[in-house]
Design a protein around this ligand. Structure first.
Ligand SMILES: Nc1ncnc2c1ncn2[C@@H]1O[C@H](COP(=O)(O)OP(=O)(O)OP(=O)(O)O)[C@@H](O)[C@H]1O
Ligand SMILES: [Mg+2]
Length: 224
């Protein structure tokens, strides 16, 4: 089967003239379906830039990036946003939960964007919070939860709309060892149960045992 992600010869720079920074120079990167892929490398090596290009948040200068055979970076803006909303879930280092919404409401957001009726969206959110082990926090505001609990809520939000791809940027770096392991175990379980593909950027060597394959970026190039 064709890989879910195929990036070929990706180049990306920021800025102009003397402030120009090359973030990626000729990256080739493919990820198979249902794979857990880690992307590691020093700070500034281009990891977040590559994730952003895969997700259609940034557009590469040169090269091609296909997701399920589709070049999302060259879709019109609205189509790109819709595609991202349907097929990709995001989990970041900072949990990015909306502080004025309850956990349940936060999790329901991707469904509401897809015009699922509010009552149904909230019911599904509640049930998924149960799956990720924070059922009792459904009606709490995020600031009442621990870091690990907030990350569980963020994962629930990332997967509620059954995306094909979950992109995680440093999902465990603010978490202690045990909580970080629990979060990765949960993500791994979801990959198996829901046929997800997971790309995780991390500095955290504790995540390495969860990976099917690890790639290293250095100075904007894949070095292994
Ligand atoms: N919006 C931007 N404007 C200018 N330069 C940028 C921008 N985003 C990234 N860069 C530069 O591109 C390079 C790669 O950045 P990137 O954020 O991809 O690194 P990273 O590997 O994710 O680092 P970290 O591990 O610290 O998160 C860096 O030199 C960075 O300064
Ligand atoms: Mg980064």
């Amino acid at each position: 089967m064709e890989p879910l992600i195929i990036c070929k010869n990706i180049h990306k720079s920021f800025g102009e003239g003397s402030t120009r920074t090359t973030a990626l120079s000729g990256v080739n990167f493919s990820v198979n379906r249902k794979e857990i892929r880690l992307l590691m490398g020093p700070s500034g090596s281009g990891k977040t830039t590559l994730l952003s290009i895969i997700a259609g948040i940034l557009t590469q200068d040169i090269g091609e990036c296909l997701l399920s055979g589709k070049d999302i970076n060259h879709l019109p803006d609205q189509e790109k946003t819709d595609y991202r909303g349907m097929y990709i879930g995001f989990v970041f280092q900072i949990f990015n939960l909306i502080p004025t919404l309850t956990c349940m409401e936060n999790v329901a957001i991707p469904l509401l964007i897809q015009k699922v009726p509010l009552k149904e969206a909230l019911e599904r959110a509640r049930s998924l919070l149960n799956d990720v082990g924070v059922f009792d926090k459904a009606t709490f505001f995020p600031n009442k939860l621990s870091g690990g609990q907030q990350q569980r809520v963020a994962i629930a939000r990332a997967i509620i709309h059954s995306p094909t791809l979950i992109i995680c940027d440093e999902p465990t770096s603010f978490l202690d060892l045990i909580t970080g392991n629990k979060i990765m175990t949960l993500l791994k379980e979801l990959v198996t149960k829901k046929d997800l593909t997971l790309v995780v950027v991390t500095h955290d060597p504790r995540i390495m045992p969860f990976a099917d394959k690890i790639d290293y970026l250095e100075d904007g190039k894949i070095v292994s």
